[in-house]
Design a protein around this ligand. Sequence first.
Ligand SMILES: *Cc1c(COP(=O)(O)O)cnc(C)c1O
Length: 354
Amino acid sequence: MTYTIKKTVSASSRSLPANEKLGFGQYFTDHIFTVNYTEGEGWHSAEIKPYQNFSLDPGASVFHYGQALFEGLKAFRQKNGRVVLYRPEFNARRIQEGAERLCMAPPPLDLTLQAVRELVQVDERWVPEGKGTSLYIRPTLIGTEAFLGVRPSRTYLYFIMLSPVGAYYGEGAQTVKIWVEDHYLRAAPGGLGAVKAGANYAGSLKAAFEAKKKGYAQVLWLDTAREGIEEVGTMNVFFVFKNEIVTPALNGSILPGGTRDCVIQLLKAWNLPLSERRLTMTEVVSAHKSGELLEVFGTGTAAVISPVGELAHRNEKYVINNAQVGPLSSRLLQEITGIQYGEKPDNMGWIEPV
Ligand SMILES: *Cc1c(COP(=O)(O)O)cnc(C)c1O
């Protein structure tokens, strides 16, 4: 189904920041997409308009009980100038699943996909040019009803904002040091860990902050037993052993990442021995001792592949691959970014024109 999206084009077009200044999420483009949901009426008033503030009642449920979900995906300017989206349907489906968990109205697939395309078309000039740069797309769903009783909101706002982002890695990928988190917990069985709720991020800030103070880039999240490995920072995680590659199975408290899914598909296509299963710290420590732990890396939309050079766990430091980027991490990063920038054939069908 095709929706009618009202368009009001911005009267002024701001000057574009230089690629070196972009960083991550610091600049927003000229336009925003918004659509409202009202119980009984459905989704209505879809529009693309100049980027602007919202006006919300202070009683809106998002401010009190945290009905808020977000997504993150990217558009790329390929070598030939063509702008493409990377797996937009994956994210459109994931926000629907999240909405179900948070008792929010799920935005229809056709609407969210059309909105992303039309918004990126309107702000196409903001898609930076150059390997590593991209236009980060941030769809967000919030409860807007002004009502302090505890129940799901009856009205919602879904919006999409765009942010040009710079290259994550300047001179090639680098490894990071990770603190294995033995105290704080990101998610628990039956909780919100498997959906992209803002609340998960609020709960994770303190652990990341304390790890940074100790000199670590992020934390490795464990399960409630502080034994099973779940995720690394805001990324999924893979461990490469001598005879097996393991990523923790989706157990209900792990976020089903799109990049995780791409890596799984590639490893299978390359006939490498991948397992999705529970993986414990005990196992990792013993593999490290016997020299069988070869690589560890995180996967996520922002960095694609983030190799880990050291894990700090209970007063022990485990250096991985001499803190150098390993061959599988490099190969995956080259393959996925190669597909994104149109340098490699898209055999998986991950790229879509806007
Ligand atoms: C977004 C996110 C990921 C990565 O998902 P991608 O779709 O690959 O970007 C992993 N873990 C958490 C907790 C996340 O929020």
